[in-house]
Ligand binder design. Sequence first.
Ligand SMILES: [Zn+2]
Length: 187
Amino acid sequence: MALYMADRTKNCLHLEGLSAAAGGAYRCPLCGEDLDHDGISRWVGEAERARDEAYSMDEGDGFAKIAREEAQREVYRRRRIMYELENVPRVATTRPEMILVVHDSGAASYGCRIFYKEPRQAGSVEQVSVAAVLETILELRSDPDPVVRLIAEKVEEFHGLREKLLGDGEPAPQRRVFYANELRAVG
Ligand SMILES: [Zn+2]
């Protein structure tokens, strides 16, 4: 806390967001720092780099998982602030670059991470978790978001393969990456 007080601009996370200030800048009401358009982009970029670093850490560690989720939430939060300030229309029809589907046997679910080519569009879904139950997966096929429907298709495909292998007494893969060439156009 003492450190925070001593250098509050540098350490401030702008937790209450930014509001329009003079000269087209945006000001943090907590620390008073002014950010222009580039400053906000850099601020978002810093969170993205921290998130990428967190994701490059060892996956098996419970603490690392919490750190990853926190880093990802911070990216979302900063992007949301940026998009709101810049009134970027929320379009979510970009085709993902890659979808990673990981089966979580403890939770009996599939965790999906969706990667897009830069620049990512506001509102694009980046993470979906779905129970490893065919009915639930099929429900997602009618989600209003076309990217979610696409994810549901791929999860269904992976789930079907796993079920078949397990039925044959074969070991089933725990993860699968779908690349752009395996993804149909969305919209
Ligand atoms: Zn601040």
